[in-house]
Design a protein around this ligand. Structure first.
Ligand SMILES: NC(=O)c1ccc[n+]([C@@H]2O[C@H](COP(=O)([O-])OP(=O)(O)OC[C@H]3O[C@@H](n4cnc5c(N)ncnc54)[C@H](OP(=O)(O)O)[C@@H]3O)[C@@H](O)[C@H]2O)c1
Length: 311
């Protein structure tokens, strides 16, 4: 099968190749998916550069973190899905492999693809939406009436977080670039701050939760807008987290999302009831996987970039 592979770490343009590799083996609780589309995420170019792995690369790695496709074969012990089912999955980061004609996934990580989404739309959802869901419901406790600031509301994660926070009943303020203001308002944000024109910490205060998808100076200034006892949840590292908690009297935590088929099924139900929709900014043909990775690496996202693996 054809797949996007790295045999060593380095820059995307130097080390990612599209080449023939064996179809992955399927364990007893795995399913082999015929890949139709795969979402592209910042973590993919970070993996390519070796940032996510402490050691070297022991063998060539098929990259790609999320996929939508059709079950082509199942292991002996698979009970939840059958051949022919349409599913979407945040693949196991230790296995990887979504940028490929076939992908092996554990059945517990998968959920039925919402019927009202194309494969391309569905492929853009698992990683971002699971990240937002886990941030807002597990790491923080967003509920009716919570005041939530979401940074980067137009990005892959942010665009799902705005919708999920609204679904949970929160009042949502988000930061975004001027070109994305209309989009985030359409997604349900109550207020948007053009972060290049206005300093959010000059105009906001007393928030219950800040969801930080940016880090750096944005994260640093976010502590100022929390009320005492509030929560800053970040998906990038928080330097000196203990000191920050003590200084500001808040909870502060960063975490790494995990694949979860049950939660993904819950998110699929929100898609079906039209409370959550993926925002797809660009679709690249499989042969242009490297260009898709470079686009995501450049930043400035308004929703997700997706690779169409099968026409
Ligand atoms: N820990 C985890 O489990 C986890 C999971 C998913 C993602 N992540 C990380 O989270 C980050 C975001 O991921 P993503 O997929 O959402 O990225 P993305 O799709 O590239 O979105 C980032 C968004 O932030 C905007 N932005 C940039 N600087 C900003 C600022 N100072 N204030 C407000 N908005 C700003 C960007 O648009 P403009 O540049 O046009 O403003 C873009 O819309 C990445 O670093 C990724 O690696 C971590």
């Amino acid at each position: 099968m054809k797949a996007a592979v790295i045999a060593r770490y380095g820059q995307v343009g130097d080390v990612v190749t599209l080449r023939e590799v064996p179809i992955p083996a399927v364990g007893p609780r795995d399913m082999l998916l015929e890949t139709h589309a795969a979402g592209v995420n910042p973590v993919d170019h970070l993996i390519v550069k070796g940032f996510m792995a402490p050691g070297g690369l022991e063998q060539p790695l098929v990259i790609g973190s999320e996929v939508a496709g059709v079950v082509a074969a199942v292991g002996d012990e698979v009970t939840r899905f059958s051949v022919g089912d349409e599913v979407f999955v945040r693949v196991d980061p230790r296995v990887g492999g979504a940028f490929a004609e076939y992908t092996a996934v554990h059945e517990d990580l998968a959920a039925a693809k919402p019927e009202n989404l194309s494969f391309e739309e569905a492929a853009g959802l698992p990683l971002a939406a699971l990240t937002a869901w886990q941030a807002l419901t597990e790491q923080a406790d967003v509920r009716t009436g919570s005041r939530v600031l979401i940074h980067g509301g137009a990005g892959g994660v942010g665009s799902t977080a705005v919708q999920i926070a609204k679904y949970l009943g929160a009042e949502v303020v988000t930061t975004a670039g001027v070109d994305s203001v209309e989009l985030v308002l359409e997604l349900g944000a109550d207020r948007v701050i053009d972060y290049r024109a206005e300093r959010f910490d000059d105009v906001l205060s007393e928030f219950d939760v800040v969801f930080d998808t940016i880090g750096g100076d944005t994260q640093e200034r976010s502590f100022r807008v929390l009320k005492p006892g509030g929560t800053l949840v970040s998906i990038v590292p928080i330097p000196d987290v203990e000191a920050k908690r003590a200084q500001w009297g808040v909870d502060a935590r960063s975490f790494f999302m995990r694949p979860n088929g049950e939660q993904l099924a819950r998110l699929a139900a929100l898609v079906k009831s039209r409370q959550l929709r993926p925002i797809i900014e660009a679709v690249f043909p499989f042969d242009e996987t490297i260009e898709a990775l470079l686009k995501v690496e450049r930043g400035g996202a308004r929703g997700k970039t997706v690779i169409r693996v099968r026409p």
